[in-house]
Design a protein around this ligand. Structure first.
Ligand code: SF4
Ligand code: SF4
Length: 174
């Protein structure tokens, strides 16, 4: 069966549109209408005076990464490489070492995340079988003046605190 083709007649521009100027005035009227309305009463404008007023970060929002620890402050990560394997941007680099505290066989001796490559997809968090990596720091602004500073290391990942309580995090369904 052949495809049914519906031909739509092109109407072209009306005389008013072809004259051009009336349309320009219509557009300008809309622009100035908004301008005056906002000048006289800007309460409905969604303006945030950043950085004085910081945004509210919800629990599920994916911010800068951190590595979580056990209650005794030992690293939770068991160097299974699941996050590195699943990372679509290939920006996680882990080096595993032997673990001697009896909690697991391995632990990371090196754990780097290149934030300039990261696309903040959250796959690393989802892939982790032991909840060792999270993106719940609430850090949304990452700035510096050299590329090296954007590579997070193990120390930095372990010492960055989460922005939410354990209860909030779990309730947020992250
Ligand atoms: S958020 Fe995505 S891109 Fe970034 S480190 Fe995790 S898996 Fe890789
Ligand atoms: S952070 Fe999680 S997924 Fe990544 S290596 Fe450690 S335990 Fe495995």
């Amino acid at each position: 069966m052949g495809a049914q083709v519906k031909t739509i007649e092109r109407k072209g521009s009306s005389l008013q549109e072809r004259l051009y100027l009336p349309e320009i005035f219509k557009g300008m009227a809309t622009t100035f209408g908004h301008l005056w309305r906002n000048l006289l009463d800007n309460r409905k404008l969604y303006v945030r005076h950043y950085p004085e007023v910081q945004p509210e970060i919800p629990v599920r929002w994916r911010g800068r990464h951190r590595l979580t620890t056990h209650e005794d402050q030992t690293v939770k990560c068991v160097a299974c490489f699941m996050c590195q394997t699943n990372c679509p941007a290939n920006c996680i680099m882990i080096e595993a070492g032997e673990r001697l505290d009896g909690k697991a066989e391995k632990m990371p001796v090196k754990f780097n995340i290149d934030l300039l490559e990261c696309i903040y997809c959250g796959y690393c968090v989802e892939a982790c079988p032991v909840d060792a990596i999270r993106m719940d720091t609430g850090i949304f602004s990452v700035t510096d003046n050299n590329r090296e500073s954007f590579v997070l290391g193990l120390e930095e990942l372990l010492t960055t605190p989460g922005a939410f309580s354990e209860e909030e995090y779990k309730k947020g369904g992250a």
